[in-house]
Design a protein around this ligand. Sequence first.
Ligand code: IMP
Ligand code: MG
Length: 184
Amino acid sequence: MSDDAEIRTLIDEEAIAARVGEIAREIAGSSPQRLLVVAVLKGSFMFAADLVRAMHRVGLRPEMEFIHLSSYGSGTESREIRVLRDVESDVAGRDVILVDDILESGRTLAFARDRLTERGAGSVRIAALLDKPMRRKSAISADYVGFDCPDKFVVGYGMDMGHKWRQLPYIGYVVQDAPEPANV
Ligand code: IMP
Ligand code: MG
């Protein structure tokens, strides 16, 4: 893919910022105790960074942690989740919010949720920037959803396609490669 591929905007920066603010207010309304935000790397890094700042503005003082998971395997049914980096903090008794970019099959977040529940988290809630319910394979839903996502492969605002486009400040999808410049 060339660096000039055309990206069509799906959700712009203003809409993202407004929704992130709403989610932070909803979370504050639940009066979480010893709140720990766990960002699922890598795709959630931008959403999580904006969300914890929005939380701070509405009076919350979350601590922040990271878990890096990768799912591998060829078939959609046989995929396994591997932990590349685990949460270091003690989660026992704490209200945890797991933050991810997209809830698709749900396997990644079901795995992370079960792991934190087994370690004694007081509660584990899920904040997903995007939801693709039509792709679900695990019995899981998000407590906080940024936006419903059409059944397209999206990029930007932390999400990549082959390591590209994470840096985009908005969410979009790749339309097609721009034509290569003619050889002269
Ligand atoms: P699942 O819910 O276990 O299927 O995993 C969803 C993960 O797959 C997300 O956290 C993303 O990392 C990745 N993913 C799914 N759909 C897309 C997409 O449209 N663009 C970029 N990454 C995606
Ligand atoms: Mg991900």
